[in-house]
Design a protein around this ligand. Structure first.
Ligand code: ADP
Ligand code: MG
Length: 680
């Protein structure tokens, strides 16, 4: 068996891991031997107390210093192995069920003082410890079986340590995959050394050592190498370059009702450069909510059309698709033929669209997932736009881009601001354009917090806004996995508000059908109602420029990024807008922090960073879905320095076209190869 096969083999390859133990491991997401390595000790057995054997109390846990003096291994089924130990001249037994002799000899070597840990028991007037763990500080060759782990049901600490020891003792020596310059940073400690070390100490003590950091670096490096591999594969795809007609583009821009921001212009330049090169574009357009990504993508689309290509624009929801479609139709009808295709398009209409598409009569097709799921033949598809892309993982977006064939450029747009380290992790396979600045005239959203007992103040505030012809979102708490309660809370609020604002309120909630929802949203869009009561189902990315107040009930229940996304539903027009965060009495410290941060800044990137600090990176919107996420130890906030080193190293590798078999070993081990195979 090769080194890798051993590490990547299922955990039940290890002696002593039966069906029951396996399922306990699986509960902890431990499937392979390799997985086991990343569950770190949460604490260590305390130092020995000085209780004498005769003072032990049955049922209590002790760590006491003893000297093993005799083994008794009966070799008869069902009879346990026994080690007779001594403390201050008094004997006590250590009893082992299901443990191998070799293990016991290492755990309790004869005539050496060790600390044993376990529960005191009394059997036939003699004290005994059943399956104790032990620690020996003098002899480093002896396994230190004194770690504690957080375990799932059905797994004892003893058993766990036994299995882990088995693994640690059999860890293979692997060829070094780190470039020498990096390995030097960690005093050239080997992977194997590090893995053993991180199990010898409590995590809080090991976190800042070179051993831990090297392993963190390995994870980041594996991730970045994967991205780099994908990127270079994509760059190898040669396409026919598009011709960008700048005169045409400038005419479009000068007819806009507004001036493009600096970041919009520079993003457009990036996109044009990609389109007119003969390498396939695979670019992310990243910008906070309301930063104006749509228009950038649409101008790019019109450029592609002018150059003779068809464009597919995909939105995550139907209502967003409709919105994009209307936007193009109303503003750019003279430049292109646009159609919309969704799951709801009627049969006849669909047939006509498909027909026109294959005859090149349609230039831009807007739609949802259905744009790619069905047998649609484009006559000359050259550009794909994927909006609000955080809903897709790395392999999904690659598949989408492949549908277009090699001449097809791909632009994905995401409104989830994330710190740079995470951007490198999630979108390392793409080129990135950032829109940081918001349109100039736009006024920052004023954010207030209000105790729910003061709802009358809020109602009065809203009355005033409605007088000024403004519209209001009223967001009710979404109660997890319970559409019913969720429904109740919105309905109650709807009734309450309807009494005050007659005929001006409507409602959307999770248990409504898509058609019903869309109907209401359209009524809101057409300003037939002033207040929309909803749960968080109001769609990401939807644009109601006239809505400028959002009330969020029970705001303490949401994470920072989520609150920021919700708040982003307003402040899209040129009016002053406000966000009212309502809360119940008794806020937690974190909730208080979140509210303060939101009051102080509208900058999505800053908020994302603060969010990371509060919640840890695993929770950030969209991160879980990304196929790249496989960090066990690395943390984009804590290890920013290591991310930066990895980034530099990857650039060096790309520049000098360095390729070694050891990189592949790293990828294999860190489970990246399957992703590469899947998407390339
Ligand atoms: P997002 O980046 O969240 O997708 P949108 O593209 O929906 O944002 O833009 C939000 C609103 O801002 C739209 O109503 C759009 O017309 C408007 N907008 C976009 N760019 C500008 C600009 N440079 N100046 C003024 N308004 C703009
Ligand atoms: Mg958008």
């Amino acid at each position: 068996m090769s080194n890798f096969e051993y590490l990547l083999s299922p955990i039940d390859k290890i002696k002593g891991v039966g069906k029951k133990t396996l399922s306990s491991f699986n509960k902890k997401k431990i499937f392979t031997i390799f997985d086991l390595l990343w569950h770190l000790p949460i604490s260590k057995i305390e130092t020995a107390d000085d209780t004498e054997v005769n003072d032990l109390q049955v049922g209590k846990n002790y760590s006491i210093k003893v000297t093993p003096i005799k083994y008794n291994f009966p070799r008869i089924r069902n009879l346990p192995n026994r080690v007779i130990c001594e403390k201050s001249g008094v004997k006590l037994d250590c009893i082992f069920f299901n443990s191998y002799e070799g293990y016991i000899r290492k755990l309790l070597p004869l005539n050496e003082e060790v600390i044993i840990h376990g529960k005191a028991n009394n059997f036939r007037n003699k004290f005994q410890f059943v399956n104790p763990t032990s620690k020996n500080t003098n002899n480093l060759n002896i396994i230190n079986d004194d770690r504690k782990y957080s375990l799932s049901d059905g797994l004892t600490l003893n058993k766990y340590n036994l299995i882990l020891n088995n693994v640690l003792q059999n860890l293979p020596n692997l060829d070094e995959w780190l470039p020498l310059s990096v390995s030097n940073l960690f005093d050239n400690v080997t992977w194997k050394e590090c893995v053993i070390k991180i199990h010898q100490e409590e995590i809080r003590k090991i976190r800042n050592t070179k051993y831990f950091k090297r392993l963190v670096f390995d994870e980041i490096f594996a991730n970045f190498l994967l991205s780099s591999n994908i990127r270079s594969k994509i760059k190898k795809i040669k396409k026919k370059n598009k011709i960008i007609n700048l005169q045409h583009q400038n005419k479009i821009i000068s007819n806009l009702k507004f001036k493009l921001t600096i970041d919009q212009i520079s993003s457009l330049k990036n996109i044009n450069k990609d389109m007119s090169s003969n390498e396939k574009m695979f670019r992310l357009l990243q910008g906070d909510v309301g930063s104006g990504k749509t228009i950038v993508s649409v101008i790019a689309a019109l450029n592609a059309v002018k150059s003779g290509y068809q464009v597919a624009m995909m939105a995550p929801t139907e209502i967003l698709a409709i919105q994009h479609y209307k936007f193009i139709l109303e503003n750019f009808n003279s430049y292109c033929n646009t159609e919309i295709l969704t799951g709801k398009t009627e049969y006849k209409k669909r047939q006509k669209i498909l027909n026109d598409l294959s005859n090149n009569k349609i230039n831009i097709l807007v739609g949802t997932h259905s744009l790619f799921q069905e047998k649609i033949t484009y006559s000359n598809l050259g550009f794909i736009i994927i909006d609000e892309q955080h809903k897709f993982g790395v392999s999904q977006r690659k598949k989408l881009s492949d549908k277009g064939g090699k001449d097809c450029d791909v632009l994905v747009m995401s409104a989830t601001p994330i710190p740079r380290t995470m951007m490198m992790t999630i979108y390392g396979d793409m080129d990135i354009s950032l829109i940081k600045s918001k349109p100039k005239y736009r006024q920052p959203i004023k954010t207030y917090s209000k105790n729910e007992s003061k709802i009358n103040d809020v109602v009065n505030f809203i009355k005033n806004e409605i007088k000024k012809k403004n519209q209001v979102f009223w967001v009710c708490p979404l109660i997890k996995e319970s559409n019913k309660i969720d429904h109740q809370s919105t309905t109650e609020k709807y009734k309450y508000l309807s009494k005050i604002f007659k005929n001006k309120v409507d409602i959307v909630h999770g248990s409504m059908s898509k058609e019903e929802k869309d109907k209401v949203l359209n009524r809101f869009n057409d300003r037939k109602i002033d207040i929309l009561v909803s749960t968080t189902v109001i769609e990401v990315g939807i644009d109601f420029p006239n809505a400028n107040v959002i009330v969020i009930e029970n705001s303490n229940k949401y994470g920072l990024s989520q609150l920021h996304q919700l708040r982003g539903r307003v402040g899209r027009g040129n009016k002053e807008s406000s966000c009212i965060l309502m809360f119940k009495t008794g806020l937690s410290e974190n909730a208080r922090k979140r509210i303060t941060i939101l009051k102080n800044t509208n900058d999505g990137f800053k908020i994302a960073e603060e969010d990371l600090k509060i919640r840890g990176y695993g929770d950030i919107l969209g991160f879980k879905q990304s196929g790249l996420k496989k960090y066990n130890l690395a943390d984009p906030i804590q290890h920013e320095d290591l991310f930066n080193i990895a980034e530099k190293e990857i650039k060096k590798i790309e520049k000098n076209k360095i390729k070694t078999k050891n990189f592949n070993n790293l990828l294999k081990l860190y489970d990246k190869v399957s992703i590469i195979n899947e998407i390339i």
